[in-house]
Design a protein around this ligand. Structure first.
Ligand SMILES: [Zn+2]
Length: 190
């Protein structure tokens, strides 16, 4: 039975479930280690390369399935049992559409497995040597609490409603609006 949801980032600027499956199989694993992947706007390496040529990329926030929920994942040392691994594509900056999808996915999974928002954890909370998913989990859980309660009262009906909320819950913008910002931010962690 699933007891925790554990959040990760791919530590790559681009990617999708097939790409990560390749990386994980190259490590000798039988499949991708995560149960879900949430895409940013750069789905392939070519997408990422083209960003400097004024191509902004594809649709962000697409949720892809990796391992089936009833199959144990491989995403967090010593805690793969009874947990689901959810991976956002990105290093340190994510598209707001990814957060929107993450909130909806986590809310659905919490409902399905009878979990509390406090059961949503970050990889770094299990491994002191990790910073993954590279955003503050207390902020994220606060954001979840507010989002879920506002969704219940129907004051949140569109992604834009949640974007305003997300902006208020993190100390800095976690997402990029344009490819220029991505290009600039790439230098932050180069
Ligand atoms: Zn991780």
């Amino acid at each position: 039975m699933i007891k925790k949801l554990i959040l990760h980032c791919s530590a790559s600027n681009w990617g999708d479930v097939e790409e990560i499956r390749k990386w994980h199989k190259a490590r000798g694993w039988r499949d991708i280690g995560y149960h879900y992947v949430i895409q940013n706007r750069y789905h392939t390496y070519a997408d990422w390369r083209l960003r400097n040529e004024k191509w902004e990329g594809g649709l962000a926030g697409i949720v892809q399935t990796g391992r089936a929920e009833n199959v144990q994942g491989a995403h967090v040392k010593n805690h793969n049992e009874n947990t689901l691994g959810i991976c956002l594509i990105g290093y340190k900056y994510f598209d707001k559409e990814q957060f929107y999808s993450l909130i909806i996915l986590c809310a659905d999974l919490c409902k399905k497995y009878g979990l509390r928002i406090s059961d949503i954890k970050g990889h770094y909370e299990y491994d002191k040597n990790k910073t993954c998913p590279n955003f503050n989990m207390d902020s994220f859980r606060n954001l979840m609490k507010i989002s879920v309660s506002e969704m219940q009262t129907k004051s949140i009906t569109t992604p834009d409603d949640i974007y305003d909320l997300i902006a208020g819950y993190f100390q800095y913008k976690l997402w990029s609006e344009t490819y220029q910002e991505y290009a600039e931010k790439e230098n932050d962690y180069a």
